[in-house]
Design a protein around this ligand. Structure first.
Ligand SMILES: [Zn+2]
Length: 422
């Protein structure tokens, strides 16, 4: 094992998860950038692997005991960030994407009947629907579509000098997320490099960067998408939203091995992705491969199903670390969100920390309170904040080791961020 392989192996051990990107692997042939994106986030933000592990544990516990009862509707905000007019896709192309999601996640997709008989009994109605948000985080009516012009080409994978991805920040040429606890944020922007899109597994990105990013050429089924077969039927979003709800690629992490999989028992183990539109059956790792699953890399026209096992995994996510979406009133045109969590650039250092941490806030509040919650939602620290401070210092020595959410409530609103106590 050479040095970089050893370093990589250690990183996987430390993070305890199965989504490590293999250096030297043919990334250029990878239409979905999710795993490489997560890897980069972990290197950039040292507190994230611990948060991811905590979320993983929480979702695993939930997977044993939760079953969905009725379908729910997920409020979506689409951030169209464009340089050229072509990239400023029309509303009907966005609506065509919503139609695809509402078919694929309800097992109403027209090609579901082409699922081979071997797998048809496993095909699941995920009982998820999607709406364009009817109200914004302040309770104001909205179309659920935000349009912003940018001066950057291929902003989808541009990193600013301060190491943040430009697409997720208005001040960096992108567009700020809406409260990610209560909305699924989808950024539609040019990405480049043959990448169709990427998404964030729960706990693998800061809240301001949580969601999915999709190139406008592969979004929906009309407009630009018409010219971009075989990825012209809106299934890039179906796939990336699968990642957002914690589904892995169907082959797991290691494209060269039959020894790991996607942590879903009813999807057969397979070695690496299938591309194009293979004839059924194909054999991999001694199994008939489920290459028509939405979490493989086959052509849009050849993808037909999620499984019951994938459904259980998605609902374990919804019932735990993405439960804010279930409480959200974002589909309604008049609703105010039940919990006030605003996006801002709350910076906490050092993070991970030990005794005293410093919190930078971008606004000056005349009065307020800082609250620190553990991941079970229990309030651990509550203290008034110094008026007119741009920096807040707080002693965290009494906290046990773990991940905490820090909230600052003031007349200017509520902002929050995650903190790891070592
Ligand atoms: Zn993917």
């Amino acid at each position: 094992m050479n040095n970089s392989a050893l370093h990589f192996f250690r990183f996987c051990l430390l993070t305890g998860i199965l989504i490590c990107w293999r250096p030297g692997h043919p990334a250029a042939q990878t239409p979905c950038m999710t795993d490489a994106h997560v890897q980069r986030n972990f290197q950039r933000l040292p507190e994230l692997p611990a948060l991811r592990q905590l979320f993983q544990d929480s979702m695993k516990r939930a997977a044993v005991q939760t079953q969905p009862r009725t379908s729910v509707t997920i409020p979506v905000v689409v951030h169209v960030v464009y340089k050229s007019n072509l990239e400023n896709i029309p509303d009907d192309q966005i609506l065509s994407q919503l139609d695809v999601l509402n078919a694929d996640y309800r097992l109403m997709n027209a090609n579901a009947m082409t699922t081979p008989a071997l797998f048809a009994p496993l095909a699941a109605d995920m009982e998820l629907e999607f709406c364009l948000a009817g109200s914004d985080p302040n309770g104001n009516p909205t179309s659920g579509i935000v349009r912003r012009e940018t001066s950057w080409n291929n902003i989808g994978q541009l990193i600013a000098p301060d190491d943040r991805p430009r697409i997720h920040y208005t001040e960096l040429g992108g567009d700020d997320a809406w409260d990610p606890e209560h909305y699924l944020n989808i950024w539609v922007c040019s990405i480049g490099g043959g990448i169709l899109g990427f998404g964030t597994y729960p706990g693998t990105a800061p809240p301001a960067e949580d969601g999915v990013v999709i190139d406008p050429r592969y979004f929906g089924t009309t407009g630009l998408a018409v010219f971009n077969a075989p990825h012209h039927l809106g299934r890039t979003a179906t796939h990336e939203i699968g990642h957002y709800f914690n589904l892995f690629h169907i082959w797991g992490d290691d494209e060269l091995s039959c020894n790991d999989d996607d942590e879903v028992t009813d999807t057969p183990t397979q070695r690496g992705p299938y591309l194009g539109c293979p004839a059924f059956p194909q054999f991999s790792c001694g199994n008939s491969a489920m290459f028509m699953n939405f979490m493989d890399y086959t052509n849009d026209a050849c993808m037909t199903l999620f499984t019951e096992g994938q459904k259980a995994r998605i609902w374990a996510t919804l019932n735990t670390v993405r439960s804010g979406l279930l409480e959200s009133n974002g589909c309604s045109t008049t609703a105010v969100q039940p919990v006030k969590v605003r996006m801002s650039s709350l910076r906490i250092s050092p993070n991970p920390g030990w005794e005293t941490v410093t919190i930078d806030v971008d606004f000056i509040a005349s009065s307020g309170v800082i609250q620190i919650y553990d991941m079970a939602g229990k309030l651990r620290i509550s203290a008034p904040i110094d008026t007119n401070a741009e920096q807040i210092q707080i002693n965290v020595a009494a906290l046990p080791a773990g991940v905490f959410q820090i909230q600052i409530l003031s007349e200017m609103g509520t902002i929050s961020g995650f903190f790891v106590k070592m």
